[in-house]
Design a protein around this ligand. Sequence first.
Ligand code: MN
Length: 292
Amino acid sequence: MKTKNVELVLAPPTPHMVGDGFRVHNFIPSGRNLDMKRMSPFIMMDYNSKFYFPPTDQPRGVSVHPHRGFETVTIAYKGKVAHHDSSGNSGIIGEGDVQWMTAASGILHKEYHEEEFSKNGGDFQMVQLWVNLPAKDKMSTPKYQGITNDQINKFELPENGGEIEVIAGQYENVKGTASTFTPVHLLNAKLDKGAKSSFNFPANYNTALLVIEGSIKVNDVKNVPANHFALFENEGEEFIIEATENTIVLILSGEPIDEPIAAHGPFVMNTQAEIMQAFNDVNMGKFGFLED
Ligand code: MN
């Protein structure tokens, strides 16, 4: 098996606010070399690095907005998010939990800090990914997977080295908890200082990692500190992570969806005509209804 090398390491870009509740660094698609194709099927990654929000009686967040043509995946590391959508799904995404929402043919939703968290204030740290859908599934029925941490399948590393949470895909003999439309691996590697683990993905899969906590060394050569993003080459299959401190690393790898992308704001389709259709359908009320 050939080594998969790091192509580039990106420091966190200047953050911007999404609504008033999410202070995010955008790595995909605005990072160097990272357009919507480069990390397909991962077409967007916003990272709210650890940030303290003071107490408030008015929960911060993003008011009602539509999505069509892809999935939003929210991974909570600190703080809590409340979610409501027009298909009638709602839930709280707490620390360690994952929400996998398939917007597909279209939903309206809103994302706010959970009420109690807002009242108390606190550290907030979260990743939101957009996972593209193949053309044949873009108009399928919306779906919702609210995955609590205890439902996430885990691989225990030897010698108490830590664990790998298999959110989707597979690690060793452990299958991921979330169901996906195309082959996607999404892992949280929680390694203790000094622990090593190896990862193995097909060469053509687009692969990257984000260091959430601590720091790591990849393939014995590349240091990646906290809040940094490392993109891998599309050559070779295997890489090794060594925790140089206690660490949490989000690892993503997926088979590229080789189809045209037409994207505008909250819609990701294949053609411009489909984008126009999405705007029309929202105006016609075809995405349902959700109170602000
Ligand atoms: Mn949204």
